[in-house]
Every structure is written in C-alpha cells, then in structure tokens.
Design a protein around this ligand. Structure first.
Ligand code: MRU
Length: 359
C-alpha cells in the first residue's frame, strides 16, 4: 500500500542492521512516524503499547522480536524466555502465539550458533507469507463481493476497527477485497465506524484516504440505522481469533454490528488468514478477552486548535470504567469466513482445513 504515493509495508527489516522499522500507529492519523526496534524489549513494548496492532501484524512483529532476541543471545534458555515475554504482551490475537510457536519449533532444534540467521529468515518468510495470504483473501473476497452485488450500482461495504493494511504487513484482511475491487475498477465505498475507545476506525479512514478509496466515517452507534435503512451490501470485518466452531473474537463492537446486520438481512463476513483460526479453542467462550487500561476511556486523543496532538480528560481518574477490547460474535451470526484458502460458512471451517484432525 502507499503512503503519500510511496509503496510501504507496515514493518520491514533495516538493510545492513539487526533492526526492524515499524510505522508508529499510536501517532496516526495525526502524524506519520517510523520507529526503529533494536531488540527484544523494543518489540515487546511495540506490541504492548499498540505501536503495532492488528492480529497478523502482532504475529509478524513477535517473529521479528525473536529474531532480534536471538541476534543477542541464542541459547535455549534465552530463546524460550523471549518467547514467553512476547506471548504475554496481548492475549486475544492468536496470531501472536502462532508466530511464536513457529519460530520456536524452527529454531530450537538448531545449534545456537545457527539460530540468528535462521530466525531472521523465518521472520522474513512469515512477513512475506502474510502479504501473499492477504492478497489471496482479497481475490476470494472480491469473488464473494461480486456474487453478493445487487445490480451495477456502487458496492457499499461497512467495516469495523482496522483490518486493513495497517493491521497486517500489506493489503489487510477485511480491506483486501476492497483494494482488489478498486484495482479491478469496481465502484466501491466503505462505511468506517470510529471504533471507540481506541478509534482504530480512524486508522482505516487514514489508510483508505492514502489509497484514494471513497469512504465515510460514522460514529459506532450509527451503524444500526445505516444497516436498517438498506443500501449496505455487506459488513466485512477481520478477526483476532476464530474458534473451531466458527465463533469470532474481534474488536469490541463487532458483535453489535453482526446483530444489526442479521436483523437487516445484510451479510456479515469475516476475513482472516489461517493463522487466526484456533482449532484448540472449541468455541468463543474459550477465547481470552483482553481487558485494557481504563484511561483509554477516561481520556480522549486528538489535536488541539493549533493542530498539536494531545489528550482531553472526559472522566475523572477515579471514574469506574470497564474496557474489554474484544467481543465474541457467535458463529450463528457469521454468514461467511474468507481465508487464503477460500470462502466457507462457519460450520465448514474444518472442511476448509482438512489437515486439521477431527475435533
Ligand atoms: O486492538 P487491535 O487494534 O489490535 O485490534 C485489531 C482488531 O480487532 C482487528 O479487527 C483484527 O486484529 C483483525 S486485523 C486484520
């Protein structure tokens, strides 16, 4: 995808240095900043403080975090400690543990002296595979969109949170079909919900603006009205973890959209790579839900009249708040799941992944 017309990924290795550059997503949409990760601690902090976010990108950052860690200390104990540290950063997106398990099983059998080079290669491979998976999700999603299209009028899509380029390495999951449609010359427009309290919808608006995709930002609470009015062809969201039965964990507010979509007979679609599916979780009740700091609700972030970024307090520091970051949309409300393998109904998830043992 592009920033000011320049093609860019969200994370990339620094040429000639054991370091990785990322886009600081906490500064967006007000400022575009690149941050350099030099070691394991930087990667841990980047994930924990949401400099990087979105399930696939969290996984890729963790893989680079391991590469940065073993570049310094490659013995078994240090490797396993790095895996544990990264695994504890955020609980819901399963891509994190998926990437860490892959790095561990690739590196542990190797002699310590061979691990630094192998870790770097594996992290690069995971990042490249993510790009290819998102491209395929886009192609499958576009086929789905064309089949769902009613007549020749502009396609109207609603999304929630940011499951675009910024949440992956490139192209995104939920937004990949949108970008594929634009590339195919199809007229498309995206309704973007703000996604309180972290406002990831503003990241979606920023990246769509950068790619020149028509979109409109709405308050989260406007989604029900728009869906019930008609005129929305599909709701497409990403996922942080999909349980074996097709229940979907995604950004808080997703379930409300799925309920409204079902009431309005609008298809509700989840786009996610294989690394987001957790066949060890029987259903959504087994998915851990991240509870984030209350100040995410008590404080508002934005720019002042002079355009300088800052915070505004909307609740006193002692106000009791609850801040669950994700919710579970039951499989019964999900019409289709689109992965790099293709498109299926939630009950066909295992059939789409025949290599998974029956469970
Ligand atoms: O808390 P975040 O911003 O990491 O949450 C992101 C989401 O919920 C996304 O919808 C999900 O990770 C899918 S990203 C392709």
């Amino acid at each position: 995808m592009q920033v000011d017309g320049i093609p860019l990924r969200t994370i990339w290795p620094v040429a000639g240095a054991r370091a990785v550059d990322i886009i600081d997503q906490t500064a967006l949409p007000h400022a575009f900043r690149v941050r350099r990760l030099h070691g394991l601690e930087d990667a841990v902090e980047a994930i924990r403080s949401m400099l990087v976010r979105g399930a696939p990108l969290i996984g890729v950052t963790a893989a680079y975090g391991i590469a940065l860690a073993v570049a310094r200390r490659a013995d078994d104990e240090s490797l396993l400690a790095a895996v544990r540290l990264l695994a504890a950063t955020r609980p819901t997106a399963v891509n994190l543990c998926w990437a860490l398990a892959r790095m561990q099983s690739r590196l542990l059998p190797l002699p310590a002296a061979a691990r630094a080079v192998a870790a770097w290669r594996e992290a690069v491979a995971i990042a490249d595979e993510d790009v290819e998976q998102c491209r395929r999700i886009g192609a499958h999603g576009l086929q789905w969109l064309l089949a769902a299209r009613r007549g020749e009028r502009r396609l109207e899509i609603m999304t929630h949170c940011n499951a675009g380029w910024l949440a992956t390495v490139d192209r995104g999951t939920a937004l990949a079909p949108v970008y594929a449609a634009v590339e195919a010359g199809i007229d498309i427009h995206v309704w973007v919900s703000e996604t309180r309290p972290r406002n990831q919808g503003l990241l979606t608006a920023w990246e769509l603006r950068q790619q020149g995709v028509p979109h409109t930002v709405i308050a989260d609470n406007a989604a029900g009205l728009l869906l019930m009015r008609g005129g929305i062809d599909a709701v497409i969201v990403g996922a942080d973890r999909i349980a074996a039965n097709g229940d979907v964990a995604n950004k808080i507010g997703t379930c409300l959209k799925a309920l409204a979509a079902r009431a309005a007979s609008v298809p509700f679609v989840v786009a996610a790579p294989r690394s987001t599916i957790d066949f060890t979780c029987a259903d959504g009740a087994a998915i851990p839900i991240e509870e984030r700091a209350g100040d995410e609700l008590r404080l508002l972030h934005g720019c002042d009249a002079a355009g300088l970024p800052g915070e505004l307090r909307q609740l006193p520091p002692t106000a009791t708040v609850a801040n669950p970051a994700f919710d579970i949309t039951p499989a019964s409300l999900v019409d289709h799941i689109i992965s790099e393998r293709g498109c299926c109904t939630p009950d066909r998830l295992r059939a789409l992944h025949p290599e998974e043992a029956d469970g």
